[in-house]
Design a protein around this ligand. Structure first.
Ligand SMILES: NC(=O)c1ccc[n+]([C@@H]2O[C@H](COP(=O)([O-])OP(=O)(O)OC[C@H]3O[C@@H](n4cnc5c(N)ncnc54)[C@H](O)[C@@H]3O)[C@@H](O)[C@H]2O)c1
Length: 359
């Protein structure tokens, strides 16, 4: 590619190539970012915040901006189409399912993300969930405060059902051997556990080189895992990837972790399997609708750890993602490629397309 495509013509005509006066750049922070990143950005452009008032107000504010940084706010195709000034959408994170990338591509707007910046945070959180599902730490805490055991505390705890399982004796199925899944798998391996991984988009030999067993089919992984942990993006292919049929294939008494995206696991089917006892427990950080309804299928079950989409929330990760997404915006507005373009886009007025990583 000879020059950066998002500085070229989109289907709607030529977008303004870099304004040299950076103080004229207007960048919307659709969601808050780390104070260090905001200060860095503030020194390079005018920061705009969305006015309260829902999608219409968001759309109006976006139309006045050259760039936008989004965490979980939804950027619809309609908002992108109406924002003739917009040149870059930077995702503060890795999953871009809240951005209409196809429309951005068509309109000549660069979408950038910061993959890997929160991978350690999400992987560590997932491993924490894994421990909590294999060892009843939460239950033990609750039990001790609500009972007055007599005699041997260890024996009483055992009688109360507080015996767990070792990670070292467990088989963990990792669905998606990307930045996060691989880190989780290697952490489990370091603890002596067995890993079986499934990722049809990565060569089996590459996964095997990490010293883990490769499942060529998801069903193969489901059948042998004590805990299944999901680390795929939400795409049309992965929506309901783990539905009733897949859950039925899981081992009786197995557990499931979803720190990826709601919509990948069918919440109603999961709740049913937890209620009937087919599955032992689950940890769910992400929901099909966020925030989830407190009366939703999973929230009332005692054997589910429900957390508020917090797996990536460490100060370190939030700072890295803030800086990385701010840099991506300034890179594009300055005429440079962002480090991680999602849509390496070229759609010339004659309709030819050179390259398209994701639409
Ligand atoms: N809970 C949180 O706070 C949080 C934070 C960050 C990311 N996430 C989620 O975690 C997901 C994974 O992040 P990542 O950084 O590891 O992404 P990644 O792109 O590095 O890895 C995703 C992997 O999934 C694989 N994959 C795609 N479809 C698959 C399928 N049908 N079966 C098996 N594998 C498949 C891909 O080949 C890729 O290797 C993100 O897309 C995001 O949705 C959640």
């Amino acid at each position: 590619m000879s020059s950066w495509p998002w500085l070229r013509a989109g289907s709607r005509g030529t977008r303004p190539v870099c304004r040299n006066d950076s103080s004229a750049w207007r960048v919307m922070l659709a969601d808050p970012i780390h104070a260090d990143a905001e200060a860095w950005l503030q020194a390079r452009c005018t920061i705009v915040r969305p006015a309260p008032g829902g999608p219409a107000a968001f759309g109006h504010a976006l139309a006045t901006c050259d760039g936008v940084i989004v965490r979980t706010s939804v950027v619809t195709g309609a908002a992108i189409s109406a924002s003739t000034r917009l040149r870059v959408i930077a995702k503060h994170g890795s999953g871009t399912d809240n951005i209409d990338v196809a429309t951005a591509t068509r309109m000549g707007v660069c979408v950038a993300s910061c993959p890997g910046e929160n991978a350690a945070a999400v992987a560590e959180f997932t491993v924490a969930c894994l421990f909590l599902l294999r060892r009843p730490v939460i239950e033990g805490n609750r039990w001790l405060r609500s009972s007055q055991p007599e005699g041997s505390l260890v024996v009483a705890a055992q009688r109360a059902g507080l015996t767990g399982h070792e990670i070292a004796s467990s088989t963990v199925g990792v669905v998606g051997w990307g930045e996060i899944g691989r880190r989780v798998g290697l952490a489990v391996k370091a603890l002596g556990g067995s890993i079986v991984a499934c990722d049809p988009r990565i060569a089996a030999s590459r996964i095997a080189a990490d010293g883990v067993r490769v499942a060529h089919e998801l069903h193969e992984l489901l059948a042998v895992s004590d805990v299944v942990t999901v680390h795929v993006p939400l795409t049309p292919d992965t929506r309901n990837l783990i539905g009733a049929a897949e859950i039925a294939r899981m081992r009786a008494g197995a557990s499931l972790i979803n720190t990826a995206r709601g919509g990948i696991v069918d919440e109603t089917a999961l709740a049913e399997a937890l209620r009937t006892g087919h599955l032992h427990a689950a940890a769910v950080d992400v929901f099909a609708t966020e925030p989830p309804d407190v009366a939703g299928p999973l929230m009332s079950l005692p054997n589910v750890i429900c957390t508020p989409h917090m797996a990536g929330l460490t100060d370190e990760a939030v700072r890295r993602m803030g800086i990385s997404s701010a840099e991506a915006v300034i890179d594009v507005l300055s005429g440079r490629s962002p480090q991680h373009p999602v849509n390496a886009y070229v759609s010339y007025p004659n309709g030819s397309a050179e390259h398209d990583l994701e639409t």
